[in-house]
Design a protein around this ligand. Structure first.
Ligand code: DUC
Ligand code: ZN
Ligand code: ZN
Length: 473
């Protein structure tokens, strides 16, 4: 087995930061040592097969992005990143594990849809990956299938209160799925927006001639998110299922989550960098059809309403448990442009799997969150929440050697022609300047990215079976 010795850096965990050296043996972390320690009896810097000098850098666990959609069929097209291109881009950005969504279509067995997603990803991924299961039709057969999936390492199930006629579940179906999840101890993930009411607003807006991308945001007001979040929390309370609310963008929805958590209910909030940095006014409201770049659901919120400050605050308080990307990229050409003249035909989604670690580190630089909170929400908490801990999300003996060397004095310019490896013909974060840089990325002991060079390969990434959530209150 080959060994790697990372020395001179500051190891940052969710609970603290200190100068420590890290010894990797094969695919796992063998030891975390005080600098200069001779506990292992020899000069590791001289004897290890590979030596990485991390002086002046942070040494953090590889990022865990708990919400991605590679090659997702959606909105009349398919998300533009394959498992190969999307996981390579993730690696460039310091993410070493993704959890993607297998999708059950009505009439299909959940087991068969999962098998299809295994086929899509197997042998293609640069980094390790797991799956959540979207239950597209809650019926006796799919409810039965859920327990089989849990035993196969797929321990979380997503339902939609949005998208009637596509993924939508009604309250009775939600209740039944939550009962089953509760019995299994599995996590119920919810896209919480009142899709029935939203569809009326969308139809009315389009018939008034309000067809620009901006109206995507206007027709999905925060009340639709708050109401659905509240309803999901109440249904989960009745059933005892742990609830994970995905891509929360409205401060009012987070208030609902915070209140439920305050009462001891197992409710978790996830937000995404797009909701922390981008807005209805500046992005969805960009001139012409430009705003289509940022059409996603839940939508970007009005900056003037103060959602972003509140989202950052809820990250600090712990009511936002994780920050994921909801990476769901579409190109402008031949994809987003299907909605020219009717915003409701723009495929919903933003790509960002490559930039999450950087964008959240900028939150550290800007004084929004601590260094430890950065590691917590991007690495450790997703690993714990989704049953991957302590294999992922932490640098400690026995863990997979997924490690990122991050330079806090480096610089990253985000943009299509700069550090962009996602299969998109634009960048949602074009022009962003980050006060930090992903230097080196290791996945199970193998260097995937070093100083901008890609050393990984399709197929290195393996499917990881997940257990039940380890983050329950
Ligand atoms: N929202 C998006 O923006 N894209 C994928 C699915 C979703 O819920
Ligand atoms: Zn969703
Ligand atoms: Zn999603």
């Amino acid at each position: 087995m080959s060994t790697t010795f990372i020395h001179g850096g500051i190891v940052v965990s969710a609970t603290g930061s200190q100068p420590l050296d890290v010894l990797i043996d094969g695919e796992t972390i063998a030891a975390v040592l005080q600098p200069g320690s001779t506990a292992l009896g020899s000069d590791l810097a001289a004897t290890a097969d590979t030596v990485i000098d991390a002086t002046g850098k942070y040494v953090i666990p590889g990022g865990v992005d708990g919400h991605t959609h590679m090659q997702m069929p959606f909105g009349g097209t398919e998300a533009s990143d394959t498992f190969e291109t999307g996981t390579r881009a993730a690696a460039f950005g310091g993410t070493t594990t993704i959890i993607d969504f297998a999708i059950q279509k009505p009439g299909e067995r959940v087991q068969d849809s999962l098998a299809l997603w295994h086929d899509k990803a197997s042998g293609k991924c640069a980094i390790d990956y797991g799956f959540h299961q979207i239950v597209g039709s809650v019926d006796a057969e799919s409810l039965k299938g859920m327990s089989e999936l849990v035993s196969e390492g797929v321990s979380s199930f997503k339902l939609f209160m949005a998208y009637p006629g596509v993924f939508y579940s009604d309250d009775g179906q939600i209740l039944r799925a939550m009962q089953t999840a509760g019995d299994l101890g599995a996590l119920l993930m919810m896209h919480a927006e009142n899709g029935i009411a939203i569809d009326v607003l969308v139809e009315q807006a389009v018939s008034r001639g309000e067809t620009a991308p901006y109206y995507h945001g206007v027709t999905r007001p925060w009340q639709m998110e708050e109401e659905a979040t509240h309803r999901a929390i109440m249904l989960a309370q009745v059933t005892g299922a742990p609830l994970y609310v995905v891509h929360v963008s409205a401060k009012q929805a987070l208030q609902q989550i915070a209140e439920a958590r305050g009462k001891g209910q197992n409710v978790f909030g996830e937000t995404c960098p797009q909701y922390l940095y981008l807005s209805l006014e500046e992005n969805l409201g960009a001139p012409g059809f430009e705003g289509a770049k940022w059409v996603c659901s839940t939508p970007l919120r009005a900056r003037a309403e103060g959602h972003q400050d509140e989202l950052w605050r809820f990250i600090r308080t712990g009511d936002v448990t994780t920050v994921a990307t909801d990476h769901c990229p579409f190109c402008m050409k031949d994809q987003k442009d299907m909605g020219i003249g009717d915003f409701s035909k723009i495929p919903n989604g933003i790509g960002g799997v490559e930039h999450r670690m950087d964008l959240m580190f900028q939150g550290v630089k800007d004084g929004r969150i601590s260094l430890e909170k950065w590691v917590e929400v991007c690495c450790t908490a997703p690993a714990r929440t989704f049953g991957l801990y302590p294999r992922k999300g932490v640098i400690s003996p026995g863990a997979d050697a997924d490690v990122v060397i991050y330079d806090p004095n480096g610089h990253t310019s985000i943009g299509l022609g700069k550090t962009h490896h996602m299969n998109m013909d634009y960048s949602a974060y074009e022009g962003f300047e980050i006060d930090g840089h992903v230097d080196t990325v290791l996945s199970r002991g193998r260097v995937l990215v070093d100083d901008g060079a890609y050393l990984g390969s399709a197929g290195h990434g393996r499917f990881v079976k997940r257990g039940l959530s380890q983050n329950l209150i």
